[in-house]
Design a protein around this ligand. Structure first.
Ligand code: 3PG
Length: 222
């Protein structure tokens, strides 16, 4: 059963734009979930994409959405329709996929949840749009050509918004955010698995606050 606090697709897109960053998290121990989210929130980003790369990922999502019903907790590394169903049942407020699966997009749209399928070619962009996606992950961003590639896409796809992810960090974030078609960037640099394993949530908070500052400055420059 979905909670009444699940935002609409339009609200979710507005939230993604508002935050400017989606922290991409790999949680290997459920007990890390709450301190991690509290560190992200303290740094200014009450949002996380919890990747389905560990056995406890969806349990962590349930813990987080129960403790913080209004938090923007999504599920990433959603590769199949079955993954998507499990993510939505766990309470995902948004769904992210490394590639484009029409079935994943269709199911999320049917359930009224924002889905960001991964794309890194014009053909994939067209396929994701045809499947009904409204916001596209650009993955792997740096390895696929980064800012230059997105600028090249802006001719035919000027009406399409992207969330570049993969190789984004505090140093190159502003370059992406300066592009009008970039809604936000995804990245794991402020929530590196080593920081979680070490319990270094103060460093998570500090790196998050630094990233939030980069977003604020990029937006001031407009
Ligand atoms: C991922 O799915 O792993 C994301 O793209 C994160 O990439 P990053 O670790 O390079 O930020």
């Amino acid at each position: 059963m979905r909670a009444s606090t699940v935002p609409s697709v339009a609200e979710s897109i507005a939230r993604v734009r508002h935050f400017g960053i989606l922290p991409v998290v790999e949680i290997s121990a459920v007990e890390h979930a709450l301190p991690l989210f509290e560190a992200l929130s303290a740094g200014g980003l009450p949002v996380a994409e919890v990747t389905m790369r560990t056995p406890v990922a969806l349990e962590a999502v349930s813990v987080l959405t129960r403790a913080h019903p209004d938090a923007f907790i999504g599920v990433g590394t959603v590769r199949t329709e079955q993954d998507a169903a499990r993510a939505l049942d766990a309470g995902a407020r948004f769904v992210v996929s490394p590639g484009t699966s029409a079935e994943v997009v269709r199911l999320c749209n049917e359930r009224g949840t924002l889905v960001m399928p991964g794309t890194c070619t014009p053909t994939e962009v067209q396929a994701a749009l045809a499947a009904g996606a409204q916001l596209l992950k650009f993955f792997p961003a740096e390895a696929s050509g980064g800012v230059g590639f997105l600028k090249a896409l802006a001719g035919p796809f000027r009406d399409v918004s992207f969330v570049p992810t993969g190789g984004v960090n505090a140093a190159n974030l502003a370059g992406y955010l300066a592009l009008p078609q970039v809604a936000a960037c995804g990245g794991s640099w402020m929530v590196a698995p080593r920081l979680l394993a070490d319990g270094d949530f103060e460093q998570v908070r500090a790196l998050t606050a630094e990233a939030v500052q980069v977003v604020a400055e990029a937006r001031r420059r407009g």
